[in-house]
Every structure is written in structure tokens, then in C-alpha cells.
Write a protein that binds this ligand. Sequence first.
Ligand SMILES: Nc1ncnc2c1ncn2[C@@H]1O[C@H](COP(=O)(O)OP(=O)(O)OP(=O)(O)O)[C@@H](O)[C@H]1O
Ligand SMILES: [Mg+2]
Length: 316
Amino acid sequence: MIEIQHLTKRFGALTAVDDVSFDVARGEVLGFLGPNGAGKSTTMKMVTGFLDPTSGTAKVCGHDVVSDPIGAQRKIGYLPEGAPLYGDMTPRGLLKFVAEARGIPASQRAAAIDRAVSRVHIEEVLNRRIDTLSKGYKRRVGLAQAIVHDPEVLILDEPTDGLDPNQKHDVRELIREMSRDKVIVLSTHILEEVAAVCSRAIIIARGKLRFDGTPADLQAMDPAHGAVSLTIGQAPGTTEALGESLSAIDGVARVEPLDAANGVASFRLYPAEGANVFGPLSALAHERGWEVDHLAVEDGRLDEVFRTVTAGDARS
Ligand SMILES: Nc1ncnc2c1ncn2[C@@H]1O[C@H](COP(=O)(O)OP(=O)(O)OP(=O)(O)O)[C@@H](O)[C@H]1O
Ligand SMILES: [Mg+2]
């Protein structure tokens, strides 16, 4: 559905996007990650035809964005960064305008608008001025204008940025719904969002592709992936003594003491290759009568991995 090959964009001496290649297939929700200035928005602007590449190609459903921009844009819905809208229009007025600009025949416009409106649930604000709406509703209006022509591909640049937690949740829910019949590429700084809605993640930093895989692959890159975390309340004995008992467990390669405060001690146990320490650890805790507050196998911390992959790569 999207084929990007050697895509590059230079602004004077700055290479904002540097030889980036990837494909996106039907059914995928791709999370685009990277520090500030990584080149996420610039890549999206090239795919949506708002910026011409310096070199390389981008195709959407087989249409080259440079040689056949109209063909490509027909297939795309785009929510630009910050979701700019015309504040003095009403959502209804805006959607009519967009439907017309998108070339939807007059006889089908009302139905197309109704469909977009009901998909993002903005029925009750249709006739209010956009600049009087809350940020969450403005974002929904932004999504509605992106889907009015029922595109196969949706490019969403930070769709949940600046929203409160409830609105973030709602917009993610909308994205999940829309992913049933659309390819979605979204950029975000919120790593849990990637795990929550994306089937695949790409990390770029300083314009270069650094990672391409599933969110689970990304989590698995954390050295703590598969480690067992343990918190003991009313810790019997010193952290050192507890640490020693834990190190003695069969299959434990290393024990890392985490914070200890108010009589609570936490540890992370790294198993030796292929070893399962969960069982022996539970048995030891039971035998010693430890008051276990928390015991879990760690999935891996996305923010840790993100930091290692992109450390020191922020750009103005
Ligand atoms: N029109 C432009 N002229 C000059 N430089 C630009 C232009 N647009 C973007 N840049 C630069 O290109 C780099 C990439 O910017 P881009 O907006 O694509 O980053 P981003 O990954 O979207 O970052 P953020 O997470 O902050 O939104 C930055 O250094 C930015 O300053
Ligand atoms: Mg951006």
C-alpha cells in the first residue's frame, strides 16, 4: 500500500530525511517514532505530497507521489501535525468544503459527510464554530476531514498530542476502529501508544531508519526483557542479605537491587540463558514467608529501548 525507497529530503545543509526505505502492507498500523527533529513529519509530508523529496521515491497504492500526486492523494487521508483547522468554520461547513475539494460528486457528499461524522462521533458539535470546540473535539474534526473521501491510507501526525488521558483513549479507540479497513501510519512520542494500537514500529533518528519491527520485538531489545521483578514488603533482613539469597537461586545469572524504602525491597533477577527462575523464586519466597507485594516477568520497557536506540539524537 505504501512503498518508500531511498527517500531523502535536504533543507540546505540539513538532511532531514536520509535514505529511508520501508513498505507498509494492508492491515498494518505503523507507529512512527523518533526524537524531536528526527524527520517524522517531513517523511509524512513527502508521502502526502506536501513536500517534494530531494531524491528517492514514495508510492501510495502504486501511485508515485511526485509523478502522479493526484492519484496518490486520492488514496490518502492526512491529519497534519497540530491538526490545523479553519477556526471560523463549523465542522459541517469544513467537511462540505473538504468533500468538494476532494471531488466527491454532489449527490454523494451528504452521505460521505454523515459517514465521517458518525465514525468520529461529532454529531453534537456540527454547527458550532470550530474555534469554540475543546481540543479533543477539534482533533475529531481533524480526523473527520481526513476520512471524508474514505481513503485506504491514513497518515496521522501525532494524532493524540496534547489531549487529556480520556481523549487520548478515545482517539486511540477511533484509530483502532479505523484500522479494520485502512492502512494507518501514525507518529507519536507516547511509547505505550505504539504497544496499544500499532502492529509495527519504526524508529528514525536524525533522518535515518534505526529500527523496524513489531512493538514486541522492540520490547524484547530491553536487557530487562524476561527478567523477573520482585518486591518484598516488610523486608526480613538487609537488602544485601536478601540479594545473596536471591543470587543463590538456581538459574539466576544476576540480581539487581532496585529501590529500597520504608522496609520494602525490590530486585530484578536476570535469568541465565533459557532458565526459568519464576518457579524456584516463588518457592523460596513461600519457604521464607516473605510478604511478596509484586512478582512478575518483565515485558521490557519501551522507553528504555527508545532511549538506547536514539540517545543524544534530538534535533531542533
Ligand atoms: N521547511 C523546513 N525548512 C528547514 N528545515 C526544516 C523544515 N522542515 C523541517 N525542517 C528540519 O528538519 C528536521 C526534521 O524535522 P521534522 O519536523 O520532520 O521532525 P519530527 O520528527 O517531526 O520532529 P517532532 O517530533 O519534533 O515533530 C528538523 O531539524 C527541522 O528543523
Ligand atoms: Mg513532527
